[in-house]
Design a protein around this ligand. Structure first.
Ligand code: JD8
Length: 233
């Protein structure tokens, strides 16, 4: 999978060089390219923002640098083109189901906004040339799209065949779609069996797989009832 990320703070994406995503880049599973939007400005101050039409606080990202960035990264007639992902608090919720859908695409292009956001014509224009997904991580406000892009890249990349050492671990995860999914994770424990006066639940030391599975299921249901009843309905 190819992933392009365009931002005025490209160093914010440095974590994409670490851990499993970093190794997937070394192995060629992922082709990640981070770009500085200011590379597509031409004035002395490398201006990327301007005042909002209709007034109001803050600044808006100018369309021209984004247009030139798209022209450079996705030349006319590029086929298949990328799916453009635009993190925004006004987006559709980003979920595991969305991650699974994006993981099927060969190329993702992330547009990281800042200030009050990106001039809407950039998305409207891009949508005439490629699929565009405006996505939100959740109902809280971040300062820009970079952190959201990091989250989405990690959630998508780990679904790619060959990314995880043991892909089976995907099968027991909460939030996954399909059969048996949708419950929160059960508590997990490892050695020592007793720590600071806290003991691992007996059933987990019993070796009785049926009882262990039953206990884990009960814990998943309890946690989901308490913390995410919306998932049960
Ligand atoms: C992109 C600019 C900041 C947002 C004025 C603060 C996602 N779940 C999420 N919360 N916030 C974002 C997000 C925030 C962004 C940008 C994503 C680009 N901002 C703006 C509007 C209010 N400032 C997000 N995904």
């Amino acid at each position: 999978m190819r992933i392009d990320v365009v931002s005025i703070f490209p160093d914010y994406l440095a974590p994409l060089g670490l851990s499993l995503v970093g190794r997937a880049r070394e192995s060629g599973l992922l082709d990640v390219r981070v770009h500085d939007l200011r590379a597509w400005t031409h004035d002395r101050h490398r201006t990327v923002d301007d005042t909002p039409y209709g007034g109001g606080a803050g600044m808006v990202m100018r369309p021209e640098p984004w247009g030139e960035a798209l022209d450079a990264l996705v030349p006319e007639g590029t086929d298949p083109g990328p799916t453009m992902v635009v993190p925004t608090p006004a987006g559709r919720p980003f979920t595991q189901a969305v991650a699974e859908r994006l993981a099927e695409r060969p190329w993702l292009l992330f547009a990281c906004g800042r200030y009050e956001g990106i001039d809407q014509r950039v998305v409207d224009h891009a949508a005439t040339r490629m699929p565009v997904e405006e996505l939100s991580l959740g109902d809280y406000v971040l300062g820009g799209g970079e952190v959201a892009s990091l989250v989405i890249v990690e959630a998508v990349a780990r679904l790619l065949p060959g990314f995880l050492g043991n892909p089976d671990s995907l099968d027991v995860e909460s939030h996954r779609t399909g059969e048996g999914g949708g419950l929160l994770e059960h508590p997990v424990y490892t050695k020592p069996a007793s720590w600071r006066g806290l003991d691992v639940p007996e059933v987990l030391l019993s070796g009785h797989h049926g009882n262990v599975e039953a206990w884990r299921r009960e814990q998943q249901l309890r946690r989901t009832r308490e913390r995410r009843p919306d998932l049960l309905s």
